[in-house]
Write a protein that binds this ligand. Structure first.
Ligand SMILES: [Ca+2]
Ligand SMILES: [Ca+2]
Ligand SMILES: [Ca+2]
Length: 325
């Protein structure tokens, strides 16, 4: 019997290979993020969501032939894994867009739900109130044509957009996504991916858990400026890359945005960075929601792919050594 081919692949190539299909949930296993979070439109920003809206993009390879489904886990705000303020009274809308302009429109790639951020063709939409029917359950949008998205080769294929927006109420809605080829279960689209330009997510409660997000640095980047909101002093945020062992980024307190700039060296071009969220060990900070984005020197937002482009970066000490005089 022949040995498995995968055992013959040199280790240096492994990071370039597609990740297994199990990496397609949003958030992905490699991110170790328990939930995305979007608050109701009448919430206090101090609970950890700056604008009560989150946009995610789903990438479908050009070669995909099967129908698509976008599935949402726990789309309503009620029950055990959502964040109540008083009684649950939040209504969240989930809307799926495709077609021309759904991502090429600049407002669709911003951080705020303003202007033409709902660009493209509306393919499906639904409001979720506090309905126990969908508590801890999946809701399925679709089927969608595999070419229903906007063709954007720079993002890897046809791009669909999903906007989660808290229309009313003041509670936190925690949820996840899955891009599936089946309406009734999660079966990954081969080669699919997902990304956002601004990540709003819930941290684990367990201080031992480290969460990650992976901004992609293209060939034009000279420096990046990270921004984070409402980290609540929950430990350290570090950036790891092929050239960074764990540089500290400025981390926020309660209800505030902070920023820091970080130079990019040539070895980091066309790789992903690994932003690590390392909780404080002395006090257990619970139910912490945080918002994060990264811009390049032109002010353009970097995409966070849930399956990091080029793989998870491994720090190479030789790159730092070469930078020393
Ligand atoms: Ca409420
Ligand atoms: Ca929910
Ligand atoms: Ca927070």
């Amino acid at each position: 019997m022949e040995p498995l081919r995968s055992t013959l692949v040199p280790i240096t190539l492994l990071s370039l290979l597609p990740l297994p299909a199990a990496a397609q949930p949003v958030p992905a296993a490699e991110e170790n993020i328990p939930y995305l979070v979007t608050f109701g439109g009448n919430s206090a920003r101090s609970w950890g969501d700056d604008d009560f809206c989150q946009t995610f993009f789903f990438v479908v390879p050009k070669t995909t032939q099967v129908a698509l489904y976008i599935r949402v886990f726990d789309p309503e705000a009620s029950g055990t894994n959502d964040e109540a303020k008083g009684p649950f009274d939040t209504v969240t809308s989930f809307s799926v867009y495709g077609g021309k302009g759904c991502i090429s429109e600049p407002d669709a790639r911003g951080t705020e739900p303003t202007g033409k951020y709902r660009s493209g063709n509306l393919l499906a939409t639904r409001d979720f109130a506090s309905d126990a029917k969908y508590d801890q359950q999946w809701y399925t949008f679709g089927p969608f044509d595999p070419h229903a998205g906007e063709l954007m080769p720079e993002y890897g294929g046809y791009v669909l957009k999903v906007i989660a927006q808290g229309k009313s109420g003041d509670d936190g809605n925690l949820y996840r996504y899955f891009l599936s080829s089946k309406p009734d279960r999660n079966e990954a689209i081969e080669g699919g991916n997902a990304f956002t330009f601004e990540y709003s997510f819930r941290m684990h409660d367990d201080p031992k858990e480290v969460s990650h997000i992976y901004p992609y640095v293209d060939g034009r980047v000279v420096s990046v400026k990270q921004s984070n909101f409402d980290w609540d002093g929950d430990g350290l945020i570090r950036v790891v890359s092929v050239a960074k062992r764990g540089d500290l980024v400025t981390a926020s307190g309660d209800d505030t945005w902070v920023h820091s700039e970080h130079p990019i060296v040539k070895e980091e071009l066309n790789t992903s960075l690994d932003i690590r969220f390392i909780k404080r060990q002395d006090v257990a900070v619970k139910s912490n929601n945080v918002v994060f984005h990264v811009r390049n020197q032109y002010g353009e937002l970097l995409p966070f792919f849930t399956v990091p482009i080029g793989g998870i970066p491994q720090y190479k000490p030789s790159i730092i050594a070469r930078k020393q005089p």
